[in-house]
Design a protein around this ligand. Structure first.
Ligand SMILES: [Mg+2]
Length: 288
């Protein structure tokens, strides 16, 4: 007998599910429909797990979102899920788990330690000018980012990435990127900060980890993904999802994918998200 197909929604947060005021109010109809159909929602973001756990406290539906943090490098499952056995989700990586805010959080604690060791050594050897989250006091970070005390604590609770502020020349930056590549690390340019992370992680890896946990937990079902995102760092996830939705970005423009079969949302952020998910549910006859 053919396995029953079950969908998982995997979404970026900023400028995708969330609008510019960090609200998903415009997506309430679609989120309610997903909850009614018991379709899991995964937040896949460059935010830390602590930042997303705080946001998830306000989630109004019974099924809490599953969290993928730091661009695919950390993972958290709601503890009220019927089974939190996540063995094998991280392949050969050393995995550490901790229960925090009602979530079982999984990460490889060695990753960030390795990044910090390497970039500090490279900085010293080459006299590069940059500072990272690990160098800033809470007050400095609060001034730089405009975040309040609790939000600074959550932003600093990192396991797998180090955001840095580059203060040197463009030529030095290019040399730095080449040097860290030799150690297995890569850079991801965000708005204010450049994130240093392990080359093995990206948002598609995070998505695949969640799917492998579901496939193991529910072996009689075939799990398929619909992914939604607006930025270049979402592209890998969108290319590999079973159904991809690009959300246009008002400030930065609209990304294009290599695949041709993706859906382009008709509006920005949470409004476009709402429309696309409802449209997807209609298309797949999953809508009630
Ligand atoms: Mg985004």
């Amino acid at each position: 007998m053919a396995k029953k197909v079950q969908w998982i929604v995997v979404t970026d947060l900023d400028a995708s599910l969330l609008d510019e005021s960090y609200s998903y109010e415009a997506a309430l109809e679609a989120l309610g429909a997903l909850d009614a159909k018991e379709i899991p929602v995964v937040w896949n973001s460059s935010k830390t797990l602590d930042e997303m756990i705080e946001m998830a406290k306000l989630w109004q539906w019974k099924r809490k979102p599953i969290l993928v943090g730091e661009n695919g490098a950390t993972l958290a499952f709601p503890c009220d899920a019927d089974d939190t056995d996540t063995e094998g989700a991280w392949g050969n990586h050393i995995c550490s788990s901790e229960v925090k805010g009602g979530y079982l959080c999984l990460c490889d604690l060695e990753v960030r330690a390795g990044i910090l060791r390497t970039i500090k050594q490279i900085k010293k050897q080459n006299n590069f000018a940059f500072r990272g989250f690990s160098d800033f006091t809470d007050e400095e970070l609060s001034q730089l980012t405009g975040l309040e005390d609790d939000a600074v604590r959550c932003a600093k609770a990192r396991f797998a990435t180090e955001p840095i502020l580059w203060e040197g020349s463009d030529a030095d930056y290019a040399a730095f990127v080449q040097l860290i590549k030799g150690y297995g690390f890569k850079t991801l340019r965000g708005g204010q900060f450049t994130h240093i992370m392990h080359i093995n992680y990206d948002k598609s890896i995070g998505m695949a980890s969640v799917v492998s946990v579901f496939a193991k937990r529910y072996p009689n079902q075939t799990w398929k993904t619909i992914a939604l995102g607006d930025s270049p760092n979402d592209a890998v996830m969108l290319e590999q999802a079973d159904f991809a939705v690009v959300i246009p970005n008002q400030a930065k423009g609209t990304i294009t994918l290599r695949r041709k079969d993706y859906f382009l949302a008709n509006d920005y952020a949470s409004k476009g998200w709402n429309y696309s998910v409802l449209n997807f549910l209609n298309l797949t006859k999953l809508f009630i």
